[in-house]
Design a protein around this ligand. Sequence first.
Ligand code: SF4
Ligand code: SF4
Length: 381
Amino acid sequence: MQYRHYGKLGYDVSLLGMGCMRLPRQSDGAVDREAAYEMIRYAVDNGVNYFDTAFGYHSRTSEEVLGEALEGERRKKAIIATKQPFGEMKDQATIRRNLENTLKKLRTDHLDVYLIHGINGGAWPKIKEREVLKEFEKFRDEGLIGAIAFSYHGDYEHFAQILQEYDWGMCQVQHNFLDTDREVTSKGIELAGKLGLALVVMEPLRGGNLGKITKAVQSVYDTANVARSSVEWAFRFVANYPQVSTVLSGMSTLEQLKENIRLFSEPDMTPGNLTSADLEMLKKVKETYEQIVTVPCTGCEYCLPCPQGVAIPTAFDRYNTAMKFENLEPSRRTYMFLTRAGTDATKCVECGACETKCPQEIKIIEQLKLVHETLQGWVER
Ligand code: SF4
Ligand code: SF4
């Protein structure tokens, strides 16, 4: 396993971090605990020391599952980062109560990193006004948390402002080779490095989408000097930045975990591992993807629950799969299951609640109509 400095915090973290928002699930949607324990323990025993979870992941059960899996000796080897969402921070007492619950669920007496979850430009002034960071500093003085950090979805300008207005220990951002000029952009990655922050990258595969390729995309990959899977190219792109401490991957199977450990243990998975020809090739892959009309949904589920029960990310995933693989039929069939379950796009009453929560600023109402027009009408024979 490759390890990197965690900014100015004085310790090293595994370049592969385990994101605990896509743990294996049972058929009812709940986390398959035995499978998740096996994966988490395998990760620690094979060099992964960075675990990222959050108050809200997996209907608020992710922290608990992680805590159960790590309890005992493995906890001592693991760096745990978790997050409290600003929406749950009603007052100072609630902020403290939320932390206490999190510690209990994680079966630990301290968190290595505590993040404010998903800050955006609009929330930042309110966070300052409510003096949330003073409360976090008290937790740090009491030894309950280590680094104070934030995760962010949004543009470079607000990101730069938030970075420079507080002495953060770490920031966690979305980045991959499709996002060099959106979200925080490559410029944001460089700025975080300049300020000496630990930098954690999430969505290196854009919600798994970079693992799916069309014939057109494959033909660009085929021009590379070396044959690699699309997943490896995407991981190598983020590992190429010297500013990046760890790359989060939300894995759902032991096989994925094993493969990722293998990739992140390659001796040349280092800053500057890509040649200028490799970077040029990835730029062409990006341009090819951009020619395919898709919804830029990462599957983060922040838009859920929809009061009408619309399965928003699932509907977008069906649509994107159809577009990327240039094959409508399988997606039309799986979309029919949403109709049967009463969670398809037609249930949307256009209340707009989801759109304000979407970090990708997707015009969800409009896009759901497009999904329905494209995928409706499958008749099971
Ligand atoms: S706008 Fe539609 S999809 Fe979004 S929350 Fe409202 S009903 Fe649900
Ligand atoms: S629509 Fe937006 S909030 Fe919902 S899952 Fe997709 S990216 Fe996340």
